[in-house]
Design a protein around this ligand. Structure first.
Ligand SMILES: Cc1cc2nc3c(=O)[nH]c(=O)nc-3n(C[C@H](O)[C@H](O)[C@H](O)COP(=O)(O)OP(=O)(O)OC[C@H]3O[C@@H](n4cnc5c(N)ncnc54)[C@H](O)[C@@H]3O)c2cc1C
Length: 388
């Protein structure tokens, strides 16, 4: 088959590599003039790493990833550690693959390098997709008026997908009422009181902060999620240090020092998609955030995009079967899992941002429950499919 893909983000590039492994030729259309090597940290659980290995991307990416030894969950006001979840060898043995963190730019770069080694994949930049022309073959329309024909269109054009308006017109991003700020700083700026080998999760009333090292340990990635209505549509809205510090009064000094390190911050509006079931129409199928964008509070956005790519490629096979049942199989395999990610990510926002007596009860539960049992709650995400 010849397959067109809209969007060269994580879902689009991974889908291109995955379907080309089955002998299909692929053209990827990306609106940006060059590959968007922006963004900040992404957490790659064992389920994401298994897919990256299968795509032949892991060898290229591994050196740029960091290997956190633990997750430290702390109270942002008192500074007290509430819980510690081990991510070392016992974690890897338990879930069959390790836990890593990476800069989004490094993941995009590794996917693009792998794709560029495959002569069946062409990436065309500076092409904004504007719509679909149903038919066989199916036409993909660009802003400049071109129409590209293919047997299948994969819509990997993110949470504000243009092509989703053709497939599921009622599905619109729903704002969560949070602003997410991301900042990067040199790794050496990490305050001495904090652990270089940990992913930190700080819980505050109406907010939380996550940070860890990325880019082979050279950079410190920080994301602060703050209950603060926002309606920006892009990922790169400029914000200042005072926006972040001003919204987090009374936090412990180590966290305040940490939040003072980035020279600048970028903000985006927290948003996800209410789960829906129309994922394909007229030989066009949704993957990644276009199908099931979630809030990043289970750190599974990139992993779900990668899983979609592998699953879709497996369902399509070499293309000798009929397309409609293959797409139906993909949807059946992916929809309940991704809907659960969307819902549990939302629930985590409520738990992370608790106030007053509820926050006290949460903190007590975190202190009492062993880290290994807390990890057990994530086994349905991390374990190999046969163990889930
Ligand atoms: C610039 C950027 C920065 C991000 N930064 C972070 C971050 O710091 N932390 C985080 O948790 N998540 C971030 N994300 C989101 C994260 O990458 C996704 O949630 C997740 O990885 C799923 O990826 P995706 O490929 O489905 O969607 P996306 O990563 O959103 O990729 C969609 C791609 O499609 C392209 N596109 C969109 N519309 C069109 C169109 N009409 N025609 C052609 N191309 C189109 C976009 O330019 C983009 O390259 C970012 C996304 C982007 C695009």
């Amino acid at each position: 088959m010849h397959i067109s893909i809209a969007g060269a983000g994580i879902a689009g590039l991974a889908s291109a590599i995955a379907v080309s492994q089955n002998g299909h030729s692929v053209t990827v259309f990306e609106q940006a003039a060059r590959l968007e090597t922006v963004g900040a940290g992404l957490q790659l659980g064992p389920n994401a790493i298994r897919v990256l290995e299968g795509l032949g991307v892991w060898n290229t990416l591994e050196a740029e990833c960091c290997s956190p030894a633990r997750i430290r969950i702390c109270d942002a006001i008192s500074g007290r550690q509430l819980s510690e979840l081990e991510l070392g060898d016992s974690f890897t043995r338990r879930f069959g693959s390790p836990y890593r963190v990476a800069h989004r730019a490094d993941l995009i770069e590794a996917l693009a390098q792998t794709a560029s080694r495959n002569t069946d994949i062409t990436i065309v930049n500076d092409r904004r997709i504007t719509g679909l022309q149903p038919g066989e073959p199916t036409g993909l329309k660009t802003l400049s008026g071109e129409i590209h024909l293919s047997d299948l269109v994969i819509a990997a054009d993110g949470i504000r997908s243009e092509l989703r308006t053709h497939i599921a017109p009622d599905s619109k991003p729903r704002l969560s009422g949070e602003t997410l700020y991301r900042g990067l700083a040199p790794a050496g700026d990490l305050p001495g009181a904090l652990d270089r080998d940990a992913v930190y999760l700080w819980l505050a009333p109406g907010a939380h902060v996550v940070h860890y090292l990325v880019s082979g340990g050279r950079q410190l990635n920080i994301v602060a999620s703050i209950e603060q209505p926002a309606n920006q549509t892009g990922w790169n809205n400029i914000a200042g240090r005072d926006d972040v510090l001003g919204a987090l009064p009374g936090v412990t000094s180590a966290l305040r020092d940490l939040l003072s390190t980035p020279a600048s911050w970028l903000a985006w509006a927290g948003a996800d998609l209410e789960p829906f079931t129309e994922w394909s129409r007229d030989n066009c199928v949704l993957v990644g955030d276009a199908a099931h964008a979630s809030l990043p509070y289970l750190a599974q956005g990139a992993a779900m995009a990668l899983e979609d790519a592998a699953c879709l490629a497996a369902c399509l096979g070499d293309g000798s079967g009929k397309l409609t049942p293959a797409l139906a199989r993909y949807e059946k395999l992916r929809q309940s899992r991704t809907a659960r990610i969307v819902e549990e990510s939302r629930r985590n926002a409520g738990i992370y941002h608790m106030r007053g007596p509820k926050a006290q009860a949460r903190n007590m539960a975190l202190r009492l429950l062993p880290g290994s049992l807390q990890l057990q709650r994530l086994a349905w995400i991390y374990s190999p499919p046969e163990d889930q």
